[in-house]
Design a protein around this ligand. Structure first.
Ligand code: SF4
Length: 361
């Protein structure tokens, strides 16, 4: 591990300050391939990239196909054109109501807090406003007043669930986060607040006791995180999730199915088993969207279904996530039905393909 004298390993602000964002700095951690070097050059003025020293320490020094490296280091395929690629396949820009509010489902909204993240994941669904230097979601600016956003939520009594996302909301200081969460808590119809954050994975030092103590004052708070590979489940990450759980914050995981990272049954099972050991519940397995600059991570839907067939019945029920795709029409399950109907009635099929008929009243 390179020695950066001023870096305080356990301090998240120090980790952010010492992020790796130059070729020279990256060379202190890994043997950079000519392809990676070219991609870093091509990224200038186009895509942000930066890697926390913590996450860099998980990268394989010599293997360019290391699943951690693939998620963090720019790749030449980000600059290729792929048919059907869309900068905003989930439709944030269609459903936006204010500078920060995206209202796509009847009873819940997302609040896009920031474009900043600890690391700019190469596969980000919101690459057009997190990683892409030319793109932004924000109408005016990220620093614009929040009054219009809070007013929208307050004037829509059907909103009972608010998801803070971005970017990564935990990039904000505890004080700034508390201003947002406490304002939401004053709106009577907001029943639950969810935080979407990859900090437990990319920089678990951010999950400080002070942050957890602040958040627990505003329960019910849930946190959805994003582990993609078993290598990411380190003692530090496990301890971060444990701190959240001990403060009453349920932690759930959303994995993205990524070619070369976790698109095998073995890789997926290893991840899901370790998640249960750290008491993080697997929630969604997202099919990778055809996002501009991300298409090279896509697998076929059949590959996802093959993995699902290998999980269902072979692992504890709550270890098996829902396999879904996020579209402009919303989230849609991709998993096949275990129920068929014919003239004899309703048939159920188990994980071995054995069928039985049941009476339907
Ligand atoms: S932390 Fe989340 S929002 Fe930020 S780049 Fe990674 S996947 Fe995208």
């Amino acid at each position: 591990m390179p020695k950066t004298q001023e870096l305080v390993w356990t301090d998240w602000r120090s980790q952010l300050k010492h992020r790796i964002d130059t070729l020279e700095a990256l060379r202190e951690w890994i043997t950079v391939t000519p392809e990676e070097e070219q991609a870093i050059a091509d990224a200038v003025g186009k895509y942000r990239w930066s890697i926390t020293p913590y996450y860099a320490s998980l990268m394989d020094k010599e293997d360019p196909n290391c699943p951690i490296r693939l998620q963090a280091v720019p790749h030449p395929n980000e600059f290729r054109s792929y048919p059907g690629a869309d900068p905003d396949p989930v439709g944030d820009t269609i459903y936006r109501k204010t500078n920060r509010v995206v209202h796509k489902y009847p009873d819940r909204i997302i609040l896009l807090v920031t474009e900043a993240c600890a690391i700019y994941c190469r596969h980000c669904t919101r690459k057009f406003h997190t990683t892409d230097l030319e793109g932004t979601y924000f109408e005016s600016s990220e620093a614009a007043s929040w009054e219009q956003d809070f007013a929208y939520i307050a004037s829509h009594p059907e909103i009972r669930d608010v998801l803070l996302t971005g970017g990564d909301p935990l990039t904000y200081s505890d004080e700034k986060l508390e201003l947002i969460v406490s304002r939401l808590r004053k709106i009577p119809h907001v029943e639950i607040i969810r935080i979407g954050s990859r900090y437990p994975v990319l920089l678990p030092q951010r999950i400080t006791p002070a942050l957890c103590s602040m958040l627990e004052q505003y329960h019910p708070i849930w946190l959805n995180t994003h582990f993609n590979h078993v290598k990411e489940i380190t003692p530090e990450a496990a301890a971060a999730c444990d701190r959240l759980l001990r403060h009453g914050i349920p932690v759930q995981n959303q994995t993205v199915l990524l070619k070369g990272v976790n698109d095998s049954l073995q890789a997926m099972q290893a991840l899901l088993k370790e998640l249960l050991k750290i008491r993080v519940r697997p929630y969604y397995l997202y099919h990778c969207d055809n996002v501009t600059g991300v298409s090279h991570f896509m697998t076929s839907i059949e590959k996802g279904r093959e993995i699902m067939r290998g999980l269902l019945g072979h692992m504890t029920g709550f270890a098996v996530p829902q396999y879904i795709v996020t579209t402009k029409l919303g989230k849609i399950p991709l998993w096949e039905e275990q129920l068929h109907q014919d003239e004899q009635g309703i048939w159920l099929e188990n994980y071995k393909g054995e069928a039985m008929r049941i009476d339907d009243w």
